[in-house]
Design a binder for this molecule. Structure first.
Ligand code: SAM
Ligand code: SF4
Length: 333
């Protein structure tokens, strides 16, 4: 029996997010620049290595696994990895889930449900086709809508994730809630974080505070706080009008790092103990150089012992502080 993973602030680490590719079929304006250079495929963890490292974390007490990216569903043969992780459900793992832009869900939703995935997060920032094209640059709105349909038809519970963007979707907040709740889906709003170079776009121009979002919602919905806490950064409220849930992820206006239960692995096997700090641990070498998992597990323990208290993102002086050089697609959000 391995000792559970507990960080220096006494936070148990029970949630792992794995970015399985840095590639994506979209180029969202807050996430990527239009011209991205992606990693050579040979530098990526193989599907077997992804399985091995995720399995080691499950052996160390991780209960929830979220597959993300880049766009996880564009990685070739990724269902093999999902299948392998599905076999760990009930055997250490309580929940297997993913965050996706929805473009490939028509192809994969049924298979995901069969594997044991119960819930998916679909990122969607607008209900306006033209704006969708502007935000994602390369995305097709109808394809994502079809993906949402496919997920629901397959019986998956869907949560919509929307990044609040000034002058882009700030006038659609209530509309998006009404749409999501009418379809029985939760919706979570996210403040844009300073992660990676986004070309000509400016973070401060994009940023729309969730304090303002909450005021906007208050004009149409009566909000009641919910005790629901997933150990993550989201805080939830219920709309009394629709009965649906609304989440708020507020790394800028209010950080909830004190309850953080998660770590992240990149597609090249770097373990990040915090989304908003640079310190990482290389898991690739212990994976490739040792047949057994002893060295890997030792490296994981050492890394968790360095997990920082929280991030330092800050826009309050009209300047971007605490910015990370890497894109969100590296660590998967
Ligand atoms: N491609 C998938 C998707 O879009 O859902 C998974 C990866 S994406 C990096 C994960 C989440 O991060 C998405 O909900 C996306 O909106 C969010 N995201 C990306 N860049 C962000 C940023 N700079 N600030 C806040 N959220 C961001
Ligand atoms: Fe791709 Fe997701 Fe980033 Fe958009 S947010 S560019 S869909 S990885």
């Amino acid at each position: 029996m391995n000792a559970p993973l507990i960080d220096p602030f006494n936070r148990p680490i029970t949630y792992l997010r794995v970015s399985v590719t840095d590639r994506c079929d979209f180029r969202c304006i807050y996430c990527m620049s239009e011209n991205m250079t992606f990693l050579p495929k040979k530098e990526l963890l193989t599907l077997e290595e992804l399985e091995r490292v995720s399995g080691a974390f499950i052996d160390l007490g991780v209960k929830k696994l979220r597959i993300t990216g880049g766009e996880p569903l564009v990685r070739r043969d990724i269902m093999k990895y999902f299948e392998a992780m599905g076999r760990r459900l009930g055997k250490g793992l309580d929940e297997l889930t993913l965050t996706t832009n929805g473009s490939q869900l028509r192809r994969f939703a049924k298979q995901l449900a069969d594997i044991g995935v119960k819930r998916v997060n679909i990122s969607l920032d607008t209900l306006d086709e033209k704006k969708f094209a502007d935000i994602t640059r390369w995305g097709r709105f109808s394809q994502v809508m079809d993906g949402v349909d496919a997920a629901q038809e397959a019986g998956l519970a869907v949560k919509i994730n929307a990044v609040a963007l000034k002058g882009v979707n700030d006038n659609e907040i209530v509309k998006m809630i009404d749409w999501s709740h009418a379809r029985g889906m939760d919706i979570t709003f996210i403040e844009v974080m300073p992660m990676g170079d986004i070309g000509n776009e400016n973070r401060l121009d994009q940023y729309y505070s969730l304090n303002q979002v909450r005021r906007d919602i208050g004009t149409k919905h009566t909000l009641t706080s919910l005790p629901l806490n997933t150990g993550g950064p989201a805080r939830y409220m219920r709309s009394e009008e629709t009965g649906g849930r609304i989440g708020f992820i507020t790394p800028l206006t209010h950080n909830f790092c004190e309850g953080c239960n998660r770590v992240r692995i990149t597609c090249t096997g770097q373990l990040y103990m915090c989304l908003g700090q640079d310190d990482d641990a290389d898991l690739l070498a212990p994976l490739r150089e040792h047949e057994g998992n002893e060295k890997l597990i030792e490296t994981i323990y050492e890394a968790i012992a360095r997990k920082p208290k929280g991030h330092d993102f800050d826009y309050s002086r009209q300047k971007v502080a605490g910015e990370m050089g890497r894109h969100m697609s590296t660590t998967g959000g």
